[in-house]
Design a protein. Sequence first.
Lengths: 227, 352
Amino acid sequence: MTPLSPTDYDAIRLSLQVAVAATLLSLPFGFAVAYLVTFVKFRGKVLLEVFINMPLTLPPVVVGYFLLLLLGKHGWLGNLLNEAGIRLIFTLKAAVIASAIVGFPLLVRSLRICMEGIDPQLISASRTLGARWYDTLLSVILPLSVPGLTAGSSLMFARSLGEFGATIIVAGNIPGVTQTIPLAIYEYASSPTSENMALTLCLVSVAISIVVLFLHEMMAKKMAQRS
Amino acid sequence: MHLYMTSHKSFGSFSLSTDFTVSGDRIGIFGTSGSGKSTLVSMLAGLTDPDSGEILLNGDCLFSSAKRVNLRPEQRRIAMVFQQHCLFPHLNVRNNLLYGFKRCPSELRTIDIDTLVAVLKLDGLLDRGVTNLSGGEKQRVALGRAILANPRLLLMDEPLSALDDALRFQIIPYLKSVSEKFDIPYLFISHSLLEMRLMTDTVLAFEKGTMTGQTTSDQLARNRMGLSSVGYINLLELGRSAPISGLFAYPWGASQLLLSSGSEQNESMAELSSKDIILFKHHPEAISARNLLECSVRSLFNSGRKVGVVMDCAGNTLIAEVVQDAVDELGITPGCTIYAAIKASAFRMLPN
């Protein structure tokens, strides 16, 4: 097996950085959206659900292309950010945003399934005992959503580690800057002399996935025991 | 407690209309399933908005469609005890109990936690998780949690229906004693006439979304006697029993009753259906029933196709049901003397 090169170590580090950042960035938004679609009645709810779930059905490349249109130099948001001196395209931040958007529906789904399992009468009990809606959210819904948060975070983390299509469009494939494990494997696999290096990174990828899934199972078991 | 409620609520084909004023501390809402009891409770607690109407509690407006007033649940100070205990599974017993207490304005934190814990016998449970408690313990914690919030009104939405008979009669004394000790009026919702008799003084009866009457719990039981398959249930408070030739002799006021089942307890309560009492005009020469009571008829009332005979048995009240033909044949009229025969096996002891 070919030893890992400094660029490979960079790719592993960047992959983990992107996955952690995308997951942490998505958690508050995922929780808020899951709360909205589970507990709040409002017009346009179906539209919101369709919009959130779109990255699940769209090819990641399409998501990446839309992001490029939005965040690019001449994009609606990119233009504003450019004026403020912020550049996202072809940076690690763009890779984080791409991963966050592609994995977001998985987080929301896990949270929503968990929230739908909360007995609505617990919420009623909380309100009649003097808790305001945000107090109920923090003291009842949030603690009871922890299994969903854990499951959703694991899924999202794993999805971010494997993200390729949207990332390559908005962040490019710059070694040491935006090149994550999938992009490095793609590059090695495209070259006829680097098959072994591709295999090594694939094994690293498998090892990370096993660790993530193992941790997820451990946490799920612990929570099941506690409840 | 003084409650005025005039409201209307529609859900598809079902609609609930209320228009009543009720005063008292032990109020019952009685009705079969689908009569609108839970919707009414939900509207009172602020969990469901009426389509229109007005709700006043002790003169304070909780809801008024005309004045555009709609207090949020946390502003109403109306706590609930649910059919299922609804304890927070992520909190232990102590933190469940303190949930409402912590959210109560400091000037209203008047309920002493230690006293409540002692009354509800929760001493050894405070640090335990709620998922491993028994059904009765869970309901006691739920009751304590609601009381500690020091509500103006306690809503008990069928709090006993998820419990078996033995547990149900264990919980009833707690429900009564806690609200009396801490002076918290309650609205008790149930489809059980027996629970109504044990828990309430005034009852609002509902049927198919409409209020059918406001009466006492005993009068409601009398009204429903002829319609009920179990008749009118006489609740008898009995003294300490003593075994006599295979039976148990219980003092009942100045009389004595022989029951086929029992135990040597200080005080017990037994139920006896009006259908299980046979009336005689004269003292029978010999009879297999072990209880023969000389009674004087106080009054008669009609219920469905049956006639209820209210009797005075040495200061105790007993109600038997007969058909009109029997009333005519026996010549039963208020003031006349009559003999009531009851088999020893006809009584059912209520768990202490």
